[in-house]
Design a protein around this ligand. Structure first.
Ligand SMILES: Nc1ncnc2c1ncn2[C@@H]1O[C@H](COP(=O)(O)OP(=O)(O)OP(=O)(O)O)[C@@H](O)[C@H]1O
Length: 908
């Protein structure tokens, strides 16, 4: 019987149906234009672009231009690639232009779909970014689709890591730019560390089309992109704080072994405050609860953890003046691995060994916040609808399921649940054997590299030839995955491996042709092509007869979306296919959810060894469990985002101010304003209220003026003359300071002075912002502890972060003012010294560059961090002690392909 909901859907259609229906008339219009555009010459297509661009820039809406633009693009793709876009592809393009995510199944031709909204939106001349998950795909898609764009008279660029600056800038200046999410994010951060406008590579963020949008905006959303570098030396602080901890007793803190947490009690906080005051670490007039105390509180917490949670010879050992961690499970030493956020340094201080410098964040942004910079965002993927709520809530992106070009013919089996892992694997090997015997190609999906390897060993034992892919080599893997549809092929792949590559039944005909030509260089390539194409059709038929691609999954993932991705690799463009999930009660997901009930059901059925339960009910209950986990993960991401938003608002402010400074030719007004604010602050702080005037000798202000403004003004005399009148004193101080600065400007020449002002402003902003980032990091860990005092950590974080930002701005003004008042031309001696130092640096850099030649260039954030001396190149993947300090988000040097923090750095 149909429920009310289902009946309503039948009668009125789903909201998705209605969206699809609404685009049909637009598609019809494009189809109607086809004969007219077919008649245009190649030159005519370019002329059309020019005409449309003129209209777009003249203010006509892109929606109005869409049908002609899409018709023009379709025609260009026909001529350049020999592909005529299907109606559903146009539909996907329309949805993306409207700022949605187009959910289109595998093999529906998303790469081509993207050209439509890209072309239309590039007509305004503001640039369009097409975002891919790896560099190989960025280049492949750009190579392929640039033929269409150039037929239309538009330029295409590709951005990649380590690209020469001029080339990168040209790529960003192109009409359409292909790039990975990583490189885009890093370029954005790097741009905001530049001191000249001309050195910046990106333009304003106009429109982005994100391919595999779910993996970028959901799976990777929580991982920030980080550019890091060495921090200033804080050894003294670590040692000073360390010495206080032994004076604390049990009443001063509580310890939770299970959570590995120690927290100060109220009593502890009080005692600590006294100790910190006595030791001169915390200024007398400052309490532990002042935002300015964040860094100290953070380090005190770390010192407490170092003493109370980390035991020598159990958690770590001391060897050669170093603290070496011990793996809690294996008991092995983990040389080279370091705990983060100053914890390792705190242990070093406790053990009295040399304190190694820590690495700190110089700039950071999450993908969530990077992609929210775009005026318009859109995406495409095979799997988005299970996360539709998140896309809407976080990014304002709707998800529209685009119908497939041909009906899906794949058969999705119900899950088979075995009692034990062993029984499951036995059944998998048996099933593979059967399918292989009839020539059916099989793609086996696993959740980890270890499991791939285990399965590979089992297949080898069973004498079954196969390929294994671990998402390490994008380019090679793309080729192997493309061949996973060959007759009788067996391919084991982790979720990530070869993504974005289409698996065609019978294999990839282009690869086959290339191979055949390479094997027989003498023969006529055209003949070879014709022969192989014919053979390929026969191969394809054989594979279809064998049932098409068989996707065999060995576990269910936490998220339904990842499972759907795997399933969706089979059954492209109406091909036959099959998907099947093999599970066991010992799988992670099953152990955590619902296995008890299942266990009962299984035993009540009186199952024999090796038997499985297969029932739609099992699928449903698993999907419910997955939905629960998805919801929990979403909540976690939302929470992280809320914290991140605070920093993001501040970053946007700082970056936009920075931008204004870079764009401006004359900053004298800004620095003058800063100076008068500093003077006002000084005067209000140091000129006392009238009632105390006679007790005051005026030294405070005098001192402040000397230090802050480097200006020897007769403040004391003025106070004698004027009395303690803030305004009058401030006015006289300002006059004197203006005169002093004017004489300085005359000394340098006004033009030089303007450029000095700019440099000082930018450098001071950068250094203050970096310090602030570090303080925010500390604040985040500190408010975690505050949670115990019944306060809401997020609110605490927000208000303190705001106060810290204010105080950063105050100290920025002071530093700019005082630095500028101190600048003076270099003496000849100093100039010579500076020159020599520069030469030495250059020589050292060259030597270092030679030493690392021949190494793989570092990737991602490791690349960004490389200039700061992080060990990346020249390390031994099998010897963690050679790794040095690895960035948390850098690829793990062991070569697993995972991020360091998810692999050897998991404890950190
Ligand atoms: N209109 C078309 N007519 C014929 N073939 C097409 C058309 N559009 C795309 N194709 C072909 O479909 C194949 C799949 O294209 P593409 O790799 O873009 O698919 P996809 O949707 O991105 O798949 P995946 O989910 O694997 O990324 C390509 O070989 C392409 O040449």
């Amino acid at each position: 019987m149909l429920g009310m909901g289902k009946i309503a859907k039948k009668v009125f259609g789903t909201p998705n149906d209605r969206k699809v229906k609404a685009t049909r008339p637009i598609v019809q219009k494009i189809n109607d234009l086809e004969p007219e555009f077919e008649k245009l010459s190649d030159e005519g297509l370019k002329d059309k672009t020019e005409e449309l661009a003129k209209r777009a820039m003249g203010g006509e809406s892109l929606d109005a231009i869409l049908p002609e633009a899409f018709a023009n693009c379709r025609e260009a793709a026909k001529r350049a690639l020999g592909l005529r876009a299907f109606d559903v592809q146009l539909m996907g393009g329309i949805f993306m232009h409207q700022g949605n995510i187009a959910e289109m199944k595998t093999g529906e031709g998303k790469t081509l779909v993207a050209t439509f909204p890209a072309y239309l939106n590039a007509l305004t001349g503001k640039g369009v970014h097409i975002v891919t998950v790896n560099d190989y795909l960025a280049r492949r898609d750009a190579d392929w689709m640039s033929k269409v764009y150039s037929m239309l008279g538009l330029t295409t660029g590709v951005v990649y890591p380590q690209q020469p600056a001029a080339e990168k800038k040209a790529a960003y200046d192109s009409d359409i730019t292909y790039a990975t999410n990583n490189e885009l994010g890093f370029d954005y951060l790097r741009d905001n560390m530049k001191s000249e406008l001309a050195e910046m590579s990106q333009r304003k963020h106009n429109f982005a089309i994100v391919d595999e949008v779910d993996s970028i905006l959901i799976d990777e959303a929580r991982t920030p992109l980080i550019i890091s570098g060495p921090a200033q030396d804080r050894s003294e602080l670590y040692v000073a704080i360390d010495q206080l901890i032994p004076s604390l007793d049990d009443s001063h803190y509580t310890k939770d072994e299970k959570q590995r947490q120690v927290t100060f009690t109220d009593e502890g906080n009080e005692a600590l405050e006294g100790l910190l005051h006595n030791a001169g670490i915390l200024p007398e007039d400052q309490t532990l609860y002042d935002p300015e105390s964040t860094t100290i509180v953070h380090h005190v917490n770390q010192a407490l953890r170092a003493h109370k949670l980390f035991q020598k010879d159990k958690d770590y050992i001391v060897r050669n003046d170093e603290v070496v961690l011990i793996d809690e499970f294996t008991g092995r030493m983990m040389a080279g691995r370091r705990l983060s956020e100053g914890l390792h340094q705190a242990i070093e201080a406790k053990e009295g060994v040399k304190i190694q410098p820590e690495n700190v964040t110089l700039a950071q942004v999450t993908f969530q916040n990077y992609f929210r910079l775009y005026d318009k965002l859109s995406g495409m993927t095979g799997t988005a609808s299970t996360e539709a709520e998140e896309f809407q809530e976080i990014y304002g992106l709707g998800v529209v399921e685009v119908p497939t070009n041909k009906p899906i013919a794949r058969v999705d089996d119900d899950d088979a649940v075995y009692r034990t892992t062993q029984e499951k694997y036995d059944a998998i090997v048996e099933t593979i054997k059967e399918a292989h015997a009839k020539g059916q190609p099989i793609l086996v999906g696993t959740t980890s590299i270890e499991k791939s390897e285990l399965l590979s060993a089992l297949l080898t034992k069973a004498d079954l030839k196969h390929n294994v892919l671990n998402a390490r080599q994008h380019e090679q893997e793309a080729q192997i995955v493309a061949d996973a549809g060959k007759l009788g092929a067996i391919t084991i792949a982790t979720n990530m491996a070869g993504r974005g590559t289409d698996i065609k039944l019978g294999g990839n005909v282009e690869f086959k042709i290339m191979e055949a030509i390479a094997a027989d260089p003498e023969a006529d390539p055209e003949e070879i092509r014709q022969r192989i194409e014919k053979e390929h059709v026969a191969d394809e038929e054989k594979v279809k007869a064998a049932g098409g691609l068989f996707v065999l999954a060995t576990e269910r993932h936490e998220s339904r979306r990842i499972d759907n991705q795997l399933r969706g690799r089979s059954g492209r463009q109406g091909d036959p296919g099959r998907s099947s999930f093999f599970l066991s009660l010992e799988d992670d997901l099953m152990r955590i959810f619902g296995s008890e009930r299942l266990d009962k059901v299984l035993s009540s059925l009186g199952m024999k060894d090796g038997e499985a339960i297969v029932h739609p009910w099992v699928n449903k209950s698993l999907e419910r469990a997955q939905a629960k986990v998805e919801g929990r993960n979403f909540d976690m991401r939302k929470q992280v985002l809320k914290f991140d938003d605070v920093m993001n608002d501040q970053r946007k402010l700082v970056f936009s101010q920075r931008m204004e400074i870079m764009e401006s030719k004359d900053l004298s007004e800004i620095v003058n304003d800063m100076r008068s604010q500093v003077i006002d602050d000084l005067v209000t702080t140091y000129v006392p209220p009238k009632t105390y005037a006679d007790q005051w000798d005026g030294d405070g202000l005098h001192q402040a003026v000397l230090e802050g403004l480097n200006l020897d003004a007769p403040v004391k005399d003025w106070i004698e003359e004027e009395g303690v009148d803030d305004e009058a004193i401030a006015e006289r101080l300002e006059e004197a300071a203006d005169k002093y600065m004017a004489s300085k400007a005359a000394e340098f020449g006004p033009e030089n002075m303007r450029s000095i002002e700019k440099q000082v402003l930018l450098q001071t902003i950068d250094s203050k912002w970096r310090e602030h980032l570090l303080t925010l990091e500390h604040l985040r860990s500190v408010v975690g502890f505050r949670g115990y005092a019944q306060r809401d950590p997020l609110n605490e974080y927000k208000s303190e972060a705001f106060a810290l930002f204010q105080s950063m701005l105050d100290s920025l003004r002071e530093e700019v003012t005082s630095t500028l008042s101190r600048v003076r031309p270099l003496t000849e001696d100093e100039q010579r010294q500076q020159m020599e130092q520069l030469q030495r640096q250059l020589a050292a850099q060259q030597a270092a560059a030679q030493a690392s030649q021949g190494e793989t260039p570092p990737q991602g954030d490791a690349a960004a961090a490389a200039p700061t001396g992080e060990a990346v190149a020249g390390l031994d993947p099998n010897d963690p002690s050679s790794w040095g300090d690895v960035g948390r988000n850098a690829p793990c040097p062991c070569g697993s392909g995972k991020k360091f923090k998810h692999c050897h750095g998991a404890l950190v």
